[in-house]
Write a protein that binds this ligand. Sequence first.
Ligand code: ATP
Ligand code: MG
Length: 788
Amino acid sequence: MSTSDPSAERPRENFIYDIIDEDLDQGTYGDRVVTRFPPEPNGHLHIGHAKSIVLNFGIKHDYADRADTQCHLRFDDTNPKTESPEYVESIKDAVNWLGYDWEDHEYHASDCFEQFYRYAITLIKQGDAYVDSLSEEKIREYRGTVDEPGTPSPYRDRSVEENLELFRKMKAGEFEDGEHVLRAKIDMSSPHMIMRDPLLFRILHAPHYRRGDEWCLYPMYDYAHPLEDAIEDVTHSLCTLEFDNNRRVYDWVMEHCLDADEIPARPRQYEFNRLNLGYTVMSKTKLRHLIEEDLVDGWDDPRLPTISGLRRRGVPPSAIRSFCREVGVTRSQSRVQIGHFEHALRDDLNPTAPRVMAVLDPLKVVVTNWDEDEVDWINANHWPRDIDKDETRPVPFAREFYIERGDFREDPPEDFIRLAPGREVRLRHAYFFTCEEIVRDEDGTVTKLRGTIDPDTRDSTAPDGRSPDGTLHWVSAAHGIPFEARLYDRLFGVPDPDAREDHFTEFLNPDSLNVRQGVLEPAVRDLDTDQRVQFERQGYFWADPDTSRPDALVYNQIVPLRDTWSGGEEGLTQEELAQQRREKEQRKEEQRRRSLEGKTDPAEHLDDAQRDRFTHFHNELGIDREDAATMAGDDALADFFEQALEHYDAPEPLANWTVNELLGRLNDRTVAALPLGPDEFADLVRLVDAEVISTRGADEVFHELVENGGDPEAIVDARDLRQVDDTEALRPTIQAVLGDHPDEVARYRDGKKGLIGFFMGQVMQATDGAANPELARTLLQEELEPAA
Ligand code: ATP
Ligand code: MG
């Protein structure tokens, strides 16, 4: 299965690969490439660790055909106070689940305590280390600052004999915690603070989960880590960028502890950017806090970025691997949007999750022209959009079924294409249905809808070629299985809870878990219990593996489908999205009302200078009154618009984008606070105008620009958003689609013109949505109706 075979995955080139290539070419380590993943067993792993795992184990796989590769799993267990065997087990479990195998290369730093001690004796004898008896506080004080050199400790010049004597006593347990430390004797006035006699050992009277009470002398990370690498014969020691400076100590330890002939080619440390995700926390300390304070449901709460949480949520390991490869290994630090992660999830699940129907907020519908006990078992494709897959399942249609409450509006706005009184919609895989009657309870709440189906529309097409705009999913009331759906949203309401230090829990999103009581089509019973599925129009789900409630059927939402109404405003909570949508609708409504009344003057509230601008925008540039007034009333926005105009002289589309998109994103910020400048903004609008990208693609690019800035064209390329708009490129695809569907082509030519929608769908599917719809339609018609 592809989800468990990381060795088959595409290698991702990065600067570390360049270094390894070079080492292999030069034979620095012969033909060996040995990496390691070195977690401290003080908590469960999270997706940040996954990045390191995928990098280190990925190298083992990617170089397997060129070199003698190995990746070690090393427990960096040198702090007895925070570590436990439970964490060791959970870490092993996580690495395994991600698809990796360390074979027999499991190591523990705590197995090397004796060696660390012996190397320290060597350092003391060489005059390169000394026992310091200053307090922790004094040590910090004596270290100086970035601008001032440090002061040597009064104990710095102890004799070798005295140091040896004291160090032996430290090991023998003759001192209290903190009474003495062992320090490297490097340079108290080094411009690099880290080199001002770093600590090598400290006294800690605490039982270690593996060594018990044997040791009360524990090595510091900067000393132990390079030695462990050397002891294990690691070649490339990869860590995150915060350790950039520590590399100086790393190299110092190598040079001073090891004889040149002991290790001819010593390991080297390289740093890469850590993975930071928005709207969540990643430090184990903060994660542990959430769990200990009962703010989440344990380490495997599906809202957490822990590996166990993601796993329980239903995220496939292959999706985590491809995401970790996608985000890239570089030397510049940035935050990755959750949207990127969700994108990787959808990419992974789309081809593997069969489609089924589930209603999460049921509203009953009664078909008055359908017999009480008649059931029509419809053969519905599990893969309605994939012409290469044709597994079907039986879906029962009967007199009563459920639809999504939100798919019905009594008083719908014009562009609402779902169900409303008197409206006809298509039921997915089944008939066209028209709503004729609303049934309410005493409070006026709609409890039921009644209406009729058109029996001639069973295959979702009408004999007269009419085609309702909306398609709804539904589940038969008599056959549906009741279940609980758990929908997860961002854990925090702010993008950077990590930056809020001790207050971070105040920013938890109160709506991060949404529980719904829904109904599910019966065919899910025939799927494997761990099969991930797509609930059509909703998202990807799987049955919660928690066995503590075996009687309840619970589905976790792994990731929602792209929100087609908002264009995917990633980074916002569902609540915020809904709010934004409401506001947008209200704004439009307000505008419509005002222009109908024609009385109010949109420029009424402007001052004189603004009024001049308004006149210029409206009279000379031809921008409509409302938009012109909106921009003129906000000086910064108007400046921005004018600068953009200098870059791309297209007042109307620019004004449109400024008022409808840009303004909506500002909230309380000014345009100046955006990472996006007028030139980039203009470039984006130009790309849309030139139909280089679709409006959907434009939304994605715009969102990225507002979050992180950048060059629109580069973003388009990086995300492969260019529309296929070239006639010659598209025609073969269209011919292939028609070739695959001879029956539909015949029916179309017989007069079933409504099938054009079906063909469009196939073309979009075949091009991953990249075809320019107008061109596709024209070409389809050309091919379907060869000139008489
Ligand atoms: P935490 O603060 O969550 O405990 P840590 O860095 O102390 O993180 P370790 O167990 O020491 O956790 O990490 C093991 C390895 O995983 C280290 O090599 C570390 O650099 C790497 N790692 C940890 N977090 C990330 C991250 N967010 N992105 C990439 N690598 C990471
Ligand atoms: Mg750590």
